[in-house]
Design a protein around this ligand. Structure first.
Ligand code: AMP
Length: 300
């Protein structure tokens, strides 16, 4: 099996009620690839400027992330995003967004990325998601994620991507915006009517739902007392979910359920520190221990 991820690699400035961090490494592709790397060796399609730290590229490589599809633009500036959280970690505002090198990025995929088993169109412009989708031979599974910004600015392109998608990841706010439906269960069902076979609705600290045409599965979030930085939780969830499916090599209902629990586990680690810091300290055994704890928590 193989997993290719397209998305943002970024500098983020993050403000929470208790702290502020300037220009730390983030991005949807970065978080999802690092989470997936606990299960498989993902390849990434993204672009950075010359300002991107070599130490981060080295860390990604060390975690088994393949960087053949990462373009470095000489003299270019890396994508920048600034977000601010209030007291509710599930709510945030985008303070600033500079596309920089992503503005005109039209990648040509390396030959070894053109027939992935799983393609993850992580949060980035739907136009770029389509551009990548057009270059791959029909993967066994296509997954996508997006964000309020693209739901509001590029709804038609987003709908075209959704039609070609097998799994759609969204948080509760995004699902409501995409469907104009206040009730989350109805929003999940509505999304299923627009293409995907599965819709994964993340509810932050309240866990997630996996909707299928004839099924519904609920997952708890790990009970975390100290959320340091909620950024990247959604991307980590999706990266682990797809990384796990890539490792097991099948999409059976039982694998999907386990994938969702691993998604929840990786998301719970990400939010324990700023940016991608927690990925530097956690070990595969920690992931398994938390998986077991989560299972125990919901068993009768
Ligand atoms: P998450 O918290 O999982 O929704 O993802 C947060 C990451 O998304 C941050 O690290 C940002 O760099 C990245 N991000 C924020 N806005 C955008 C955008 N419009 N396009 C692509 N990536 C973005």
């Amino acid at each position: 099996m193989s997993l290719v991820i397209v998305g943002s690699v970024a500098f983020d400035t993050i403000e929470t009620p208790g702290a502020r961090r300037e220009r730390i490494v983030g991005g949807s592709c970065t978080y999802s690839a690092l989470a997936a790397s606990f299960f498989t060796r993902p390849g990434i399609v993204a672009v950075v400027g010359e300002d991107f730290p070599k130490t981060t590229a080295d860390f990604l490589k060390k975690r088994g992330v393949d960087l053949k599809g990462l373009t470095v633009v000489p003299g270019g500036k890396t994508f920048f995003w600034e977000g601010r959280y209030g007291d509710d970690p599930n709510q945030r505002d985008t303070v600033r967004l500079d596309l920089n090198v992503f503005r005109d990025f039209q990648p040509t995929l390396p030959p070894s990325y053109r027939a992935p088993d799983i393609l993850f169109l992580a949060n980035i412009s739907p136009g770029l998601q389509e551009h990548v989708l057009a270059q791959v031979k029909r993967p066994r599974l296509v997954a996508m994620d997006t964000i309020r910004h693209y739901i509001e600015t590029e709804p038609e392109a987003l709908d075209r991507v959704l039609r070609k998608t097998d799994i759609c990841f969204a948080n509760d706010e995004e699902a409501r915006l995409m469907t104009n439906e206040g009730n989350l269960i109805r929003a999940g069902r509505r999304l299923l009517e627009r293409g995907p076979r599965l819709v994964v609705l993340k509810k932050g600290e309240h866990g997630a739902f996996v909707f299928g045409r004839d099924s519904l599965f609920g997952i708890m979030a790990h009970p975390c007392e100290g959320v340091v930085d909620p950024t990247g939780a959604g991307d980590s969830f999706a990266g682990a979910f797809l990384g796990y499916l890539d490792r097991v090599g099948n999409f059976r209902a039982s694998s999907i359920r386990r994938a969702a629990v691993y998604g929840s586990v990786l998301a719970s680690f990400t939010i324990e520190d700023f940016g991608i810091e927690r990925f530097k300290t956690m070990k595969p055994a920690d992931v398994e221990a938390r998986f077991a704890a989560l299972k125990k928590l919901v068993s009768v």
